[in-house]
Ligand binder design. Structure first.
Ligand code: ADP
Ligand code: MG
Length: 578
């Protein structure tokens, strides 16, 4: 349906079709296949949301812009099209901005569209309703930022926003739409002509043949090669090519958190359960869509061992090379094209990685898996992490197409290690920043974008950042099962305040019943005190597809400070004052 807002007959009986800013934005999004909006209504975009819905766009209203923004960011990751978040001016914009920065940091394509106040008043700082120079504030936190002042420029602005979000290294884009723009009227035919359908939004970027040859020469010389797969490799959706490269080269692979499942964690070459061994002992490391940032100890130091290492890196962003250590073979291009070129260059008689190395990695992995197995089978009540996660591990094994959302500290670190993934892009989590609060937005977008059942494994603290969105989940009746690992606090629920009556900063109300929150909105709430109860409740939720929240009672003493990254907490060297 085209957006004809009005037909005005003039005195001479000629008719002129008109359109306006509202409809041009809607038409521009639809023309480019952007048919879902995550947002929160309010001035000046309330009517825009209504009209977008009337024109066939799916408009999902959240309770807080940050959760809507996280939803848009992960929609971008899952679909390779920019996820769209829509907010009101100043405070709504700022709430969405955290998510836009998160999208940029994680290389997810996203567009934050915010309404803004009168330019003339904002620029003279005369105190408008929700006055803020949003464009200036957004700029340093995203990949690109644009403002549109004339309805005739909407088509170009949306096209630029899409291109900026998805081409090269993907990221977040801000689009500033002042209130006055929406009502601007123009002739409909001219409006239609002003729209741009973006052709080849993310063009293939072919690697230089020299860079492929160099990388293969380094690989050939390796005695103990390792492939590290990052979420860039999962994002690229070059699943078959990546699998072929791993299998043809016979090189053990280590998946980063969100790359788990790109190849199954149970694949004979998966080194996930031998992580510290392969980082230490490998001699050549090929990074595919993974950065050598803090999550990989910057490619140096104790966890990488003493033996000299050579790094090959495949990435679409040339500036990523040498960011932390020397990259002896940089391969710049999109992952699909780079991996295809490597496979091509390997020819038909490529020598697979030395069996001595792959055998020792497999042995280490099996030892570690066997060591963990009995702990995952305990039926303790209250539960410990291993008992509860052992159950969820089996559930994902039986339902490999479900999407797993995961955030928290101990709940995150242990779930990442324990729950095997079997299919690409099924695990979505806190990402590069280790951000808390992504959970509910991710659940909603995952259900909407994929149509698959969603299982969220949430620390009680992490859940609290966006817990109100359970209402949103119930309102849209989404197949989401949330398990809150309730240990009464942040890291542990056992801290005490040594000097006064206030609770210690890391503890919550003891014995909270998060399940009641879901019941308040018509969803299913269950309190689970043992792994057996947890298993029954999750299976029932996944079978029924009804919005469900399970309060999983975890021993408050079971966790450790900051999960696996307690070393990042600064410690005081001063003695405690008496
Ligand atoms: P992880 O945290 O899983 O290690 P990172 O977010 O650190 O992953 O790294 C992802 C990398 O993937 C980024 O450097 C990004 O530039 C790169 N990337 C994203 N999409 C593509 C693509 N289609 N082709 C090549 N590289 C990509
Ligand atoms: Mg906790």
């Amino acid at each position: 349906m085209t957006a004809i807002v009005q037909s005005i007959a003039n005195a001479a009986d000629t008719e002129q079709e008109l359109t306006d800013g509202f409809h041009l934005v809607i038409d521009a999004l639809k023309l480019n296949g952007l048919t879902t909006i995550y947002g929160v209504p309010g001035i000046p975009i309330t009517d825009f949301g209504r009209m977008a819905q009337a024109e066939g766009i799916r408009v999902l209203s959240f309770r807080h812009e940050q959760a809507a923004g996280y939803a848009a960011s992960i929609a971008g990751y899952l679909t390779k099209k920019p996820g769209v978040c829509l907010t009101v001016s100043a405070p709504g914009f700022l709430n969405g901005l955290t998510a836009l920065a998160h999208a940029t940091t994680n290389c997810f394509p996203m567009i934050l569209i915010s309404g803004s106040s009168e330019r003339e008043i904002v620029d003279l700082q005369q105190g408008d309703y929700e006055e803020m120079d949003q464009l200036a504030i957004a700029k340093p936190l995203c990949k690109a930022a644009f403002r549109v002042l004339h309805a005739a420029d909407i088509g170009i602005a949306v096209a630029r926003a899409i291109r900026a979000a998805v081409s090269g290294r993907p990221g977040g884009v801000y689009l500033d739409l002042p209130a006055k723009l929406f009502g601007q009227v123009m002739e409909a035919e001219a409006g239609r002509k002003s729209l741009v359908k973006v052709i080849d939004a993310a063009p293939a970027q072919l690697p230089a043949p020299d860079s492929i040859k160099r990388a293969l020469d380094v690989l050939k010389s390796a005695k103990k090669p390792l492939i590290i797969l990052g979420k860039g490799a999962a994002y690229a959706q070059a699943d078959e090519a990546v699998k072929a490269l791993v299998e043809k080269s016979g090189i053990p692979f280590l998946p980063m958190s969100m790359a788990k499942g790109l190849l199954p964690d149970t694949h004979p070459l998966c080194a996930g359960a031998a992580r510290s061994t392969v980082l230490k002992d490998s001699d050549v490391v090929m990074l595919i869509g993974a950065r050598l940032n803090w999550l990989l100890s910057h490619g140096k130091g104790k966890s990488w061992g003493d033996a000299p290492k050579k790094f090959i890196q495949i990435d679409i962003e040339p500036k990523e090379m040498d960011s932390n250590v020397e990259i002896v073979a940089p391969v710049v291009g999109d992952i699909g094209s780079c991996v295809a070129a490597l496979l091509d260059g390997m020819g038909s008689n490529w020598q697979a990685a030395p069996a001595e190395w792959t055998g020792s990695v497999a042995k280490k992995r099996e030892e570690n898996v066997a060591k963990m197995a009995p702990r995952l089978m305990n039926n303790n009540s209250p539960m410990d992490y291993h008992g509860a996660l052992g159950v969820l591990r089996t559930i994902i094994k039986e339902r490999p197409d479900a999407i797993l959302v995961n955030e928290g500290a101990n709940t995150l670190d242990l779930a990442r290690g324990i729950i095997d993934m079997y299919q690409p892009r099924k695990r979505i989590d806190v990402g590069t920043w280790g951000i808390m609060g992504i959970g509910m937005g991710y659940c909603i977008a995952a259900a909407i974008e994929t149509g698959k059942p969603v299982l969220a494994v949430e620390g009680d603290s992490a859940f609290g950042f966006s817990g109100m969105e359970v209402e949103t989940i119930c309102r849209y009746n989404l197949p989401v099962c949330i398990v809150v690992f309730n240990n009464d606090g942040i890291y542990r629920g056992t801290d005490v305040n040594a000097v006064g009556d206030d609770p210690a900063p890391t503890v919550f109300v003891k014995g909270s019943r998060y399940d009641k929150m879901m019941e308040a909105f018509g969803g299913v709430g269950i309190n689970a005190t043992s792994p057996d109860e947890l298993k029954r409740a999750v299976n029932a939720a996944m079978d029924s597809g009804k919005p469900t929240l399970i309060n999983a009672v975890i021993d408050p003493a079971a966790g450790s400070e900051s999960g696996r990254i307690g070393n990042l907490n600064p410690q005081s060297v001063l003695k405690k004052k008496k």
